[in-house]
Design a protein. Structure first.
Length: 68
């Protein structure tokens, strides 16, 4: 579904819901090796937060893994 805008459309709908429910901050987490996801998120206005290490030049926080 890449290249047809599905990810952006899903995020746009998610943003609408956030706005309607007075959410003011949105964060996302992706693997530092997932360059396509990183580019998508940056194109949508996300920025990479500082970490305590780096993988492939991408800042990461060691030991961080949501859901574990």
């Amino acid at each position: 579904m890449r290249k047809i805008g599905l990810g952006k459309n899903l995020y746009d709908r998610f943003y609408e819901i956030c706005f309607e429910t007075f959410r003011i901050m949105v964060r996302s987490c992706t693997a530092p090796i997932n360059k396509i996801s990183i580019k998508l998120h940056q194109a949508m206005g996300f920025s990479i937060e500082p970490g305590d290490s780096a993988i492939d030049g991408v800042p990461v926080t060691r030991g961080y893994h949501p859901g574990r």
